[in-house]
Design a protein around this ligand. Structure first.
Ligand code: COA
Length: 256
């Protein structure tokens, strides 16, 4: 088992906990692979009716591990990050997310594929793709304008504007917010409630709610994935990654 993903199963709830608190639960290729594997297995495991996703320490996830991305960039559509995105976006069983702190980049966009999202009042969200000289992933370029309207999506993506739990709730990105202490209990309570419902009715209902957008989500992810891979190798993105490691601001003045 990957030490950075804690997996437990109790009362038909599969709990997946991002567990790299010293790096704010930044996601590596190894972590994406483990998450993908667990989500894929959950579809056919009769012991799993609901998935509960959360983080460790004071963060949900600070997004892609920027060092890992430099050293181990995704090569093609079967790379761990894309396998994870496919698995979470096509998971047949309900996913409850308990967002216990910062949720940056894919830490926010993966929530678009969770069914019920609860956040701690201290949670902070950000989509810093343009700041990183990258492009959105996880079909966020389709789902966010659709959900929030174009102007709000543009503000969050082009300006990489940070927002808190109250705004996330207002925007419909989270269902509700709780004190940090009450968050995990609430996530478990909701997951337990779902786990006691008729499982097939729940799976079919999820399929029906998602089916209108399923094809465009898959196509968008593919287009985003191709551009994302190209961007990672771009001089603009290389400047960002070097600046991050050297703990300085990136300088885009030389690019046209
Ligand atoms: N990739 C790699 N390492 C990361 C990381 C990431 N996405 N996010 C945090 N870390 C590391 C930091 O480098 C630091 O490592 P160190 O202790 O070896 O120096 C450690 O996690 C703690 O982070 P730190 O920056 O000291 O904590 P903070 O509370 O001051 O700030 C963040 C937290 C998340 C706001 C800040 O780390 C950050 O902006 N990270 C990058 C987020 C990002 O751009 N993600 C990519 C999205 S596509």
């Amino acid at each position: 088992m990957s030490e950075h993903i804690l997996v437990s199963q109790e009362n038909r709830i599969l709990k997946l906990q991002l567990n790299r608190p010293e790096k704010k639960n930044a996601l590596t290729a190894e972590m994406y692979s483990k998450l993908a594997e667990e989500l894929e297995q959950a579809n056919t495991d009769p012991q799993t009716r609901v998935i509960l996703l959360t983080g460790s320490g004071d963060s949900f996830s600070s997004g892609n591990d920027l060092n890992d991305f430099l050293q181990n960039p995704p090569q093609d559509g079967s790379s761990p990050v894309f396998r994870f995105l496919k698995a979470i976006s096509t998971c047949e069983k309900p996913i409850v997310a308990a967002v216990n702190g910062i949720a940056i980049g894919i830490g926010t966009t993966m929530l678009l594929h969770c069914d019920l999202v609860y956040a701690s009042e201290t949670a902070l969200f950000q989509l810093p793709f343009v700041n990183l000289a990258l492009v959105p992933e996880a079909a966020a370029s389709y789902l966010l304008p659709q959900k929030l309207g174009y102007q709000k999506a543009a503000e969050l993506i082009y300006l990489s504007k940070k927002f808190g739990a109250a705004e996330a709730k207002e925007l419909g990105l989270v269902n509700d917010s709780f004190t940090a202490d009450a968050l995990q209990d609430n996530g478990l309570r909701v997951a337990t409630e779902l786990s006691q419902k008729a499982p097939e009715a729940l799976r079919l209902s999820k399929m029906l709610l998602k089916r209108g957008a399923a094809q465009v989500v898959a196509e968008t992810m593919q287009t985003e994935g191709e551009l994302f891979r190209q961007r990672l190798g771009s001089p603009e993105a290389q400047e960002v990654m070097q600046a991050f490691m050297q703990k300085r601001q990136p300088d885009f003045s030389k690019f046209s």
